[in-house]
Ligand binder design. Structure first.
Ligand code: AP5
Length: 310
């Protein structure tokens, strides 16, 4: 559960004693929720038997507070952890743009990380490019560490992550399992092969905004954008066929690791319709997660009441 959880509680006036005019409305992290006798002594005004009264008061107050506790502050659920998978050009990147905009998740694309490495001209980048040009998977020793490091960065841990194009093999999935990194949902985009080829050939990218376009399905908004669009070096019909073969060779093994988490979507539909389906699934997962987190707060309060009463 998030550290931002806080409790708001107002004990009934009887719990504070006749001389009390205090009203409590504390907001404290659960870890700080403990009471000291001095804080309760301060509500006494007669000054008699301060210590004894304070102790008795503390006991009745504790249980009254615990019993009348209402959780009014929002319980911030654990952030979402989502994987998105599908054949080349099935629309992973396009859906990630929409998911990121609505849910604020950190988009981690294995392909983008690799293209950045290629662009920086490192040894790893050169090796990556050789494999990418052949439509093959880049070796694990380059990809796995790159993705792991990115996933563990604070922004992804705090805001949640959206992992695109990873894992693509059993060994990559196992590398995450070994770190106990598992998604809440594994989205699988299902698109027919003919549509995939048409999408790859017509795809264009805006190097300024990084937005993904398609000459037919998502044309650029104006001439200025159209004139600066670029094409990926592996976006040819010949190369996408190789990428598809690689995808088919590996996909079943990856799905076997996440079989209880798979949400399969018909990716042939227009991108807005695909997103509507994904959005529905993500909202349910979020709802479920906040339900689980609220339940653990209530359980925590029940134990608190027990320990205070004893
Ligand atoms: P990567 O960059 O991940 O490529 P990919 O998996 O082939 O997927 P794409 O990025 O081509 O497509 P997409 O599904 O994101 O579709 P998009 O939204 O752009 O990987 C490239 C290479 O890097 C790999 O081949 C491999 O060599 C290497 N690599 C990557 N990850 C690796 C890993 N984990 N391990 C080892 N090697 C790895 O859409 C495509 C087009 O369709 C766009 O023009 C878009 O506008 C259009 N479109 C999208 N949705 C729709 C829709 N619903 N209707 C109509 N058009 C649509």
């Amino acid at each position: 559960m998030s550290l931002l959880t806080s409790l708001s509680y107002s004990p009934p006036p009887s719990a504070l004693g006749p001389s009390s005019s205090s009203s409590f409305n504390h907001h404290k992290p659960i870890s700080d929720l403990h009471y000291s006798s001095s804080s309760y002594s301060s509500v006494r005004t007669d000054g008699r038997s301060r210590r004894r009264l304070s102790t008795r008061f503390r006991r009745s107050h504790h249980s009254a507070v615990a019993r009348s506790t209402t959780i009014t502050a929002a319980v911030k659920p654990e952030p979402l952890k989502i994987m998105i998978s599908g054949a080349p050009a099935s629309g992973k990147g396009t859906q990630c743009e929409l998911i990121k905009e609505k849910y604020g998740l950190v988009h981690i694309s294995a392909g983008d990380l690799l293209r950045a490495e290629v662009a920086s001209g490192t040894e790893n980048g050169k090796r990556a490019k050789e494999n990418m040009e052949k439509g093959m998977l880049v070796p694990d020793e380059i990809v796995v560490m790159m993705v792991k490091e990115r996933l563990l960065q604070p922004d992804a841990q705090e805001n949640g992550w959206l992992l695109d194009g990873y894992p693509r093999s059993l060994s990559q999935a196992k590398a995450l399992e070994d770190l106990h990194i598992r998604p809440d949902l594994f989205i699988l985009l299902d698109v027919s092969e003919d549509a995939l080829i048409e999408r790859v050939v017509g795809r264009r990218l805006d190097p300024v905004t990084e937005k993904i376009y398609h000459l037919k399905y998502s044309p650029p908004e104006n001439e200025e954008i159209a004139s600066r669009l670029t094409q990926r070096f592996d976006d040819t019909e010949e190369k996408v066929k190789l990428r598809l073969q690689t995808h088919h060779r590996n996909v079943e093994a990856v799905l076997s690791v996440y079989k209880d988490l798979i949400f399969k979507v018909d990716g042939n539909a227009p991108k807005e319709n695909v997103f509507t389906e994904i959005d529905g699934a993500l909202s349910s997962v979020l709802e479920q997660k906040s339900g689980t987190d609220s339940a653990s707060v209530v359980t925590g309060m029940a134990s608190l009441e027990t320990s205070l009463d004893s």
